[in-house]
Design a protein around this ligand. Structure first.
Ligand code: PAF
Length: 282
């Protein structure tokens, strides 16, 4: 497994691989890997000849009051986890490599950023779209695997690929959960035992909304109200949003026709957690 720290070297390797007819599979991450990331790496392994994983905590997607400085990092641990998954290359640039002096170019995917997390995390998706564009130009992948837990991020990237005619395929991957249902996230490590217990209410709300949907409830306001009751039970969580939205435009839906996204963002203590599911006829 190679560890590449410069843009130039990574681009050179990507060019050589492409010339040799190798399919490059890519998993962009901010490190502090968990089983959810490793599932994405396995998917990339399955469909490509060379697997590249980037580890870069991207400063442009954090707001001024967010957790950039305390974001968990452990390169040695990440390295051994990726080695065990037979990753070929870790791209591990520093901020100067990615954003050199006088850096001035940003990518904005309009519309999709106005909903869900974009309402409170102003500029977040500009940071994501910008760094992902840069990573695609550096790693030159044929496939890039993204988790559905960050559903809005996935939709922003899919839109960007189409709009900017980027020549690669985005592979969505289902959310990986702990045994008790908590969606895996690097931020779960911030939770103390009581907060972690309360965080399970998010999955409880998914189960509740899915059950009601299966029983024929299509009115989004009823589903959201029931979700709220679950999220606020047992000392509850601080709710940032509960949404029933169109799975493509992410706009709010009042009455669900065939399918919809149920998405929530909550805080357990200081830790912000998101989760979602697709409500769909069988
Ligand atoms: O999902 C993430 O970890 C990040 O948003 C990504 C895609 C690596 C961009 O920094």
């Amino acid at each position: 497994m190679k560890i590449i720290e410069t843009v130039k070297e990574m681009q050179g390797i990507a060019d050589d691989l492409r010339r040799a007819g190798k399919k490059i599979g890519f998993v962009p991450t901010m490190g502090y890997l968990h089983e959810g990331h490793l599932a994405l790496v396995r998917k990339a392994r399955e469909i490509s000849d060379t697997v590249v994983v980037s580890i870069f905590v991207n400063p442009t997607q954090f707001g001024p009051t967010e957790d950039l400085d305390r974001y968990p990092r452990d390169f040695e641990r990440d390295r051994s986890l990726l080695e065990a998954e037979k990753t070929d290359i870790i791209f591990f640039p520093d901020a100067r490599q990615m954003y050199p002096e006088r850096y001035a170019t940003y990518v904005q995917v309009r519309g999709l950023e106005d909903f869900l997390c974009g309402r409170t995390r102003k500029g977040h998706f500009i940071g994501v779209a910008t760094v992902v564009t840069k990573l695609f130009n550096i790693v030159k992948p044929h496939y890039a695997v993204f988790g559905q837990k960050d559903f809005q991020q996935l939709k922003v990237i899919e839109r960007m690929i189409k709009d900017l005619n980027m020549d690669l395929e985005i592979i969505p991957y289902p959310t990986v959960r702990e045994k008790d249902g908590l969606a895996m996230s690097s931020r779960n490590t911030y939770l103390n035992p009581q907060e972690r217990e309360r965080a399970l209410l998010i999955h409880e709300s998914i189960k509740k909304v899915t059950e009601l949907f299966k029983n024929g409830i299509r009115d989004a306001s009823i589903l959201k109200e029931k979700a709220r009751e679950v999220l606020l039970s047992k000392d509850g969580l601080d709710i940032e949003y509960i949404t029933i939205a169109d799975t493509e435009t992410l706009e709010d839906i009042e009455i669900i026709k065939d399918k919809a996204l149920y998405a929530v963002a909550c805080r357990a203590g200081k830790t912000r957690l998101i989760d979602n599911t697709i409500l769909m006829e069988d």
